[in-house]
Design a protein around this ligand. Structure first.
Ligand SMILES: Nc1nc2c(c(=O)[nH]1)N=C([C@H](O)[C@H](O)COP(=O)(O)OP(=O)(O)OP(=O)(O)O)CN2
Ligand SMILES: [Zn+2]
Length: 148
């Protein structure tokens, strides 16, 4: 108890906030740098020409100092607004490959969706705040990207 008290006096504490957002989209795994045959071999059913859909669940995590005055790492209301602009507006109910220019020549794997979200989220947030983008493509397939 004494230890906690002394730390409160000095005190820079680091917190993590995660906001969860779901979106629905369809896509096809197909690389323009590979032949149709190789695409079919690598991506199998996910290379189906007419695509398939997912209900993606994204977890956006920020990490930072807990401000001693506000008690917040950042206001979740602001984080929510960034998520709306970066995830929901461009991706929800879209065909990732056809509606999102970024994926015209980038394969729409969940890894690349995570990179897309990271790159756009990092532009909106204060410096060094974004910690992790985690995407559940299905209940069983989960990808994490930390900007490395
Ligand atoms: N490294 C990656 N591999 C795969 C990705 C990906 O984004 N990165 N994506 C897919 C497909 O998009 C596909 O939709 C995954 O579907 P599926 O394997 O059917 O999903 P589940 O594992 O949840 O289904 P089960 O059949 O119940 O196992 C493929 N690979
Ligand atoms: Zn898929």
């Amino acid at each position: 108890m004494a230890q906690a008290d002394s730390r409160n006096e000095v005190a820079e504490r680091i917190g993590y906030i995660t906001r969860v957002q779901s979106f629905s989209a369809c896509h096809r795994l197909h690389s323009p740098t590979l032949s149709d045959e190789v695409n079919k071999r690598i991506f199998g059913k996910c290379n189906n020409p007419n695509g398939h859909g997912h209900n993606y669940k994204v977890e956006v995590t920020v990490r930072g100092k807990i401000d001693r005055h506000t008690g917040m790492v950042m206001n979740i209301t602001d984080l929510k607004q960034h998520i709306e602009e970066v995830i929901m507006v461009p991706l929800d109910h879209k065909n990732l490959d056809k509606d999102v220019p970024y994926f015209a020549n980038v394969v729409s794997t969940t890894e690349n969706v995570a990179v897309y979200i990271w790159d756009n989220m990092v532009k909106q947030l204060p410096a060094n705040l974004l910690y992790e983008v985690k995407i559940h493509e299905t209940d069983k397939n989960i990808v994490v990207y930390r900007g490395e």
